[in-house]
Design a protein around this ligand. Structure first.
Ligand SMILES: [Zn+2]
Length: 118
């Protein structure tokens, strides 16, 4: 037993422990690098998807037409009449988004025939 006030032996972590800490820090850096790679891949995937817009002005029949701006379309409205719908894997997702703004939305017959009705 140690008498009161005596210097208790100080626990010195073995070198092995310091090495493990270094590996831990390394793993943290590797994890962060992996996250960056995933983020970059995600961004690349996002830019690979087409972007859609909806015409702010309704057609004569009341439809707000959805167009694919990535593929380009000769029937798109003026820039000031375009409401951005963001990127979607296909026109169906864009149409859902457009209908939140304009319940009577319809895919353009030329660039979104799969979403065009009527
Ligand atoms: Zn179109």
């Amino acid at each position: 037993m140690f008498p009161p006030g005596a210097n208790l032996p100080v626990h010195v972590p073995p070198r092995k422990g310091a090495g493990a800490a270094a590996i831990g820090a390394n793993m943290d850096a590797i994890t962060r690098a992996a996250c960056r790679v995933v983020a970059l891949r995600w961004r690349a995937k996002e830019t690979a998807m087409p972007r859609f817009i909806v015409n702010k002005n309704a057609q004569a029949n009341g439809d707000h037409e959805v167009h694919n701006t990535t593929d380009g379309c000769g029937h798109m409205p003026d820039t000031r009449n375009r409401k951005d719908l963001g990127v979607h894997p296909g026109c169906h997702g864009a149409l859902v988004e457009a209908k939140r703004l304009y319940p009577q939305s319809n895919g353009c017959a030329y660039c979104c025939p799969a979403c065009h009705t009527g």
